[in-house]
Design a protein around this ligand. Structure first.
Ligand code: TYD
Ligand code: MG
Length: 458
């Protein structure tokens, strides 16, 4: 294949340059030029290949009201928890990006899903760039998929992968992983931003044109973002993230973008010897099992998607050095600093000279501010060395003025806690239920000081 010329495009202003420069000649931004394929001459553009047939013709325009609003066609993957995050199943021509730490179970889950789809009679393709066919086969045996008919292609060159999808027309193709794929149109190394972006763009086009649903596996960087700076997230229809501690058994798959369904829905899995198994009733899996209440632990209810989850927040406050450390796992670090300031200013609890560590048990990541109250109570509990009573829980957002703000759908959270045997709750006033909930004593508070007083009196 004749090589198209490459050029360098600025990610800020879109300006181009024939060679790489540290500074964009158009807008003056530094380090923004990345390699891309130049359009090759008149009458032929980069998407003029056979797989893009029809894309270059002008299309009819019509008013919105004249377009039939049909719901998208979904094919359940056969794995309930995965279908839940996808919004019901895999969509024809849809592109899903799935990210997560190495070894968390991306390849395992996708192989299981492809096998289930293949068994349901849909042609599937698993493109592996990281492992050899033999390694994939080994994994499938370990998963108990001995007679799996999933088609495997060990290939990393984009053009060959596209040609295979073209000729085979699978219903679903998995690319494991997008960072290993390279196009020979570009000179940059596989895994570079330019390659990842270009390859993902071609695969997305291919999905739209052929109707094959494509799942891209993406690596995450140390900071936890998908490598290939966010550009991939904009291109695809759905972005899923794998979360969880590789040392613990449980894994969460979270939808952070979904053009075909709700976001923030989560799927919960347990890693077993036979691969990932869905956990259909996950509300109590993020609690550590203390036989006696311990200082520095407070349970909260978080609402992820449609299901409430009880999560234990742990804190350790210990005498620090000249510059005390603030560390959080699974919770926002900046928010922790803010909560410590509110705790000092409005409740008179000072941690200035103390190291403060907080952790959400089980590797779950909590982004909602409803965790604030539980974080504060676990910190004070650790500082005072006094455990919160058995069966205690708290949730609510805390503001800079020391006010406790309501969390969405408080009733559901409380009902779930009562179902699991929790007996005392400190919640924002607006979340207090009108009718009492059996077995649950509820203390409604409006301010942080009030919450501290309630806890002191328990
Ligand atoms: P893998 O799916 O290869 O992760 P990724 O593709 O996200 O890098 O990793 C799975 C991990 O889970 C690996 O450390 C081994 C373990 N595992 C099991 O515990 N049970 C199994 O049945 C399989 C296949 C893997
Ligand atoms: Mg893998």
């Amino acid at each position: 294949m004749a090589k198209d010329k490459t050029t360098f495009t600025c990610t800020e202003c879109g300006g181009t340059s024939p060679r790489w420069l540290g500074k964009c000649p158009a807008c003056g931004a530094w380090n923004t030029l990345i390699e891309s394929v130049a359009e090759a001459g008149p009458g032929k553009n980069r998407y003029s290949g056979a797989q893009f047939a029809g894309l270059n013709q002008a299309q009819a325009v019509m008013p919105l009201s004249a377009i039939e609003a049909s719901d998208v066609d979904r094919t359940p993957s056969g794995i309930d928890e995965l279908d839940r995050v996808l919004g019901g199943g895999i969509v024809e021509g849809g592109v899903v990006l799935i990210g997560g730490d190495p070894g968390i179970g991306k390849s395992t889950l996708l192989l299981q899903a492809l096998d289930a789809l293949q068994r349901a009679g849909l042609p599937t393709l698993y493109v592996t760039g990281e492992e050899s066919g033999a390694q994939v086969a080994l994994r499938s045996r370990r998963l108990g998929l001995d007679h799996s008919q999933v088609n495997v292609l060990a290939e990393i060159q984009l053009e060959k992968i596209l040609a295979t999808i073209e000729s085979m027309q699978p219903a679903v193709a998995v690319i494991d992983s997008i960072q290993t794929v390279y196009s020979d149109q570009l000179t940059s190394a596989p895994g570079s931003v330019a390659q990842v972006r270009e390859c993902a763009a071609h695969l997305t086009r291919c999905a739209k044109a052929s109707g094959t649903a494509i799942v891209l596996v993406g690596h995450v960087t140390k900071e936890g973002a998908l490598a290939g700076p966010r550009v991939l997230e904009h291109m695809v229809d759905t972005v899923l993230y794998f979360e969880g501690d590789t040392h613990s058994q449980f894994r969460l798959v979270r939808a952070i973008k979904n053009r075909f369904g709700a976001v923030n829905e989560i799927g919960v899995f347990a890693m077993t010897e036979k691969g990932l198994k869905g956990v259909s009733n996950p509300s109590a899996i993020f609690l550590s099992q203390h036989s006696e209440p311990v200082p520095g632990s407070c349970v909260m209810v978080t609402l992820e998607g449609t299901r409430p989850l009880l999560v234990e927040i742990q804190a350790l406050v210990d005498t620090g050095g000249p510059s005390p450390r603030r560390l959080s796992v699974g919770l926002d670090k900046d928010r922790l600093a803010m909560l410590l300031a509110v705790l000092h200013r409005h409740a008179g609890v000072a941690c200035m000279d103390q190291d403060v560590f907080v952790n959400a048990v089980g590797g779950v990541r909590i982004s909602e501010p409803a965790a604030d109250l539980a974080v504060m109570l676990s910190i004070t509990s650790s500082l005072r060395g006094k455990a919160l009573p058995r069966g205690f829980l708290a949730f609510g957002e805390v503001g800079l003025a020391g006010e406790v703000r309501p969390a969405p759908r408080g009733q559901e959270r409380l009902k779930e806690a009562a179902k699991l045997g929790f007996s005392v709750a400190v919640v924002p006033k607006a979340n207090a239920p009108k009718k009492p909930i059996e077995g649950l004593t509820i203390h409604a508070v409006e301010r942080v000081e009030e919450a501290m007083n309630v806890v002191r009196g328990l």
